[in-house]
Design a protein around this ligand. Structure first.
Ligand code: ATP
Ligand code: MG
Length: 601
């Protein structure tokens, strides 16, 4: 491609709309343009990168025996009603764009494809002889994200590879799951990324496993906890650990004390000169089940710990049946406005005890009249603890479960693991933290969708059984941008060779120099013919401008037919290191071929 003929516009300044380096650079270098919130045009250079990433993904998927297909993006609401996800996806999470056609039929734009694929499987898979089987596609997905941001990192329209496998049993699913873990590692390694596979939350489905593939970068929205020995890595949402030991309480007898202005744990501990590990704090949540019932949840947890809302959501989802529901639509900390809807009188916020009375709740058809009380395991073993008194400005000290307060019957793990905690697999290891960008997610689904939608097969004994499923996603466009997030310098992007839009750029310093043009044209033709993807900067611009642009767009090798032509050589500059060397013109092709092959291997 000749730059003189390309729609090529670079910006000198950082665009105001971009916050993180990769987003700024992709805009400045002319790879993407914003069309609307979370909506981007992939310009020609970006499209080449995306095609390369897709090709790596495709090759690794095909190597496992998965088959590529293309599923519809317009999805009938009825399919989502069958699986029970229409309301959650269009209302609760609200992540699905929903529309009504001219016949008044409701449809959604595909945020994911479990429903579509399960319907196909229900229709086409009859017998165990057809299993296992695995279909995947690479396609645009639509998600009405609450906070679209960081360019392609969190778009409302983005490219995903999604695959779905079907099995007769868990063992077969596990095998494909392992193959996928390997395929995903291969994809990321081949794309030149530093990454970590981590245990991930499988939501309320439980399931026996889910892993995310995290590209390590400061701009990552996820926190990863891991140990140095490489034995443990998990998303914070899922991570477990051994908390610090509790200190022995200095309070020997039960007493109510005046504690003015101590509505936070920090202030309270300062007031009593005690450790937060001697305090039971009681945190209020409000859960709305899909049955329309609101439940007020009181979590008692040790004062130095925080509630992990994902773990809490999973625990509460398990209890949905108690409230005539299947799932939770919202889980929030109720603000003053929310409290008005159900509180019969004002709550002693900051001073609540584990036994705060149920008559604070004005029960109704929609509001459960009793608190659902949970205790985190960190609070179960505390003795002589400090906690609220249900009266503003007062706490109690020296309290014990079973004496002053009944221990809630449901003891759960809903605490947030944190940096410095001891690891469960080996208490000598402490958890470290890193930021990550989730680029892939593999998931053992089990029979959730097949059961809901009646997708069955007949086993060897002639019995009808639900299909066992797995699903596997890669954010192709997110992956491409995260490569930039991991690899840039003050001059611009440094693409890993395997996914760079072009391997080489030939920058002609002066287009009125006939010899420079002649050598450049010759190399341009030769390199492209031998499969080295080459750009020719033949614009009528100053050499300095061309070199700056070449650095900004991040092409791995730059050839400059300049002063060294006299010696029959050209200058070749490596983008990543800025290292320059002079190479005889007739050796350029073979030298670059070797470098590129070595970089891509
Ligand atoms: P996130 O937690 O970041 O919202 P997710 O867990 O909802 O993502 P999945 O449903 O697991 O995403 O989708 C598979 C992959 O698609 C993700 O691992 C991610 O790489 C990519 N992806 C998801 N949402 C977006 C988005 N809004 N923009 C770009 N890529 C996305
Ligand atoms: Mg995910």
């Amino acid at each position: 491609m000749r730059l003189s003929q390309m729609l090529f516009v670079t910006l000198r300044e950082d665009p105001a709309e971009a916050e993180i380096p990769s987003h700024k650079l992709l805009l400045r270098a002319g790879y993407i343009r914003r069309i609307g919130s979370g909506i981007y045009a992939y310009l020609p250079l970006m499209w080449r990168v995306l095609k390369k990433v897709s090709q790596i993904v495709r090759e690794e998927m095909d190597a496992t025996g998965a088959q590529e297909c293309l599923l519809p993006q317009l999805q009938p609401a009825d399919l989502w009603r069958e699986s029970g996800r229409w309301d959650t996806y269009t209302q609760a999470e609200g992540i699905m764009f929903a529309l009504t056609d001219r016949r008044d039929t409701e449809l959604g734009l595909g945020p994911t494809h479990e429903e579509v694929i399960t319907t196909i499987a229900k229709d086409m898979i009859r017998s165990y002889r057809q299993l296992p089987t695995h279909l995947y596609q690479i396609q645009t997905k639509f998600r009405d994200e609450i906070r679209p941001r960081f360019g392609l990192m969190r778009g409302r329209e983005f490219i995903m590879k999604d695959g779905y496998s079907f099995h007769t049993n868990e063992e077969s699913l596990k095998k494909t799951y392992q193959d996928m873990a390997q395929a995903y590692s291969n994809m990321l390694r081949r794309s030149g990324l530093q990454f970590r596979a981590v245990d991930a939350d499988s939501g309320a489905i439980g399931g026996s496993g889910s892993q995310e593939f995290m590209v390590l970068a400061e701009a990552g929205e996820d926190e990863v906890l891991y140990t140095e020995d490489g034995q443990y890595a998990a998303n914070l949402e899922k991570a477990v650990s051994i908390p610090a030991d509790a200190e022995t309480s200095p309070f020997a007898s039960f007493e109510k004390r005046e504690t003015p202005g101590t509505e936070t744990i920090e202030k309270l501990c300062k007031f009593f000169k005690c450790s937060p590990t001697q305090v039971v704090k009681n945190v209020l949540y409000q859960a709305v089940y899909d049955s329309g019932i609101t439940v007020l949840v009181l979590v008692s947890i040790r004062g130095d710990q925080d509630v992990n809302q994902v773990k809490l959501l999973n625990e509460l989802t398990k209890l949905a049946g108690n409230y005539q529901g299947k799932t939770i639509l919202f889980l929030t900390v109720p603000d003053a406005e929310a409290q008005q809807k159900w509180a019969s009188k004002s709550l002693p916020l900051g001073y609540m005890a584990p036994d705060v009375a149920d008559d604070y709740i004005a029960g109704s058809k929609e509001v459960n009249s009793k608190f659902l009380r949970l205790v985190d395991r960190t609070a179960v073993d505390l003795t002589n603890f400090v906690t609220g008194s249900n009266e503003s400005g007062y706490h109690v000290v020296g309290a014990n479960w079973g004496k002053e307060f009944p221990l809630p019957s449901l003891a759960v793990d809903v605490r947030k693991a944190k940096k410095g905690d001891r690891a469960v697999h080996n208490p000598e290891q402490t958890l470290q933290t890193a930021r990550g960008i989730e680029v892939g997610h593999i998931f053992q689904l089990g029979t959730k969708y097949s059961q809901a939608m009646g997708a069955t097969y007949t086993n060897e004994q002639g019995e009808e059984m639900p299909l066992v499923m797995g699903c596997y996603g890669v954010g192709v466009s997110r992956l491409a941008q995260s490569a930039v997030e991991q690899s840039y310098d003050k001059d611009g992007i440094i693409w890993p060779v395997a996914i760079a839009p072009y391997h080489v750029i030939i920058s002609i310093p002066n287009i009125s120099d006939a010899q420079q043009v002649e050598v450049a044209e010759k190399l341009y033709t030769e390199l492209n013919q031998s499969g080295i993807e080459t750009l020719l900067d033949d614009r009528d611009e100053r050499a300095g401008v061309k070199f700056k642009d070449a650095d900004l767009i991040g092409i791995p090798y730059r050839i400059v037919p300049g002063r060294s032509l006299k010696a029959g050589k050209v200058e070749v500059v490596e983008r990543a290191t800025h290292k320059s060397q002079e190479i005889p013109i007739d050796e350029v092709n073979s030298t670059l071929k070797n470098w590129i092959e070595a970089a891509i291997k």
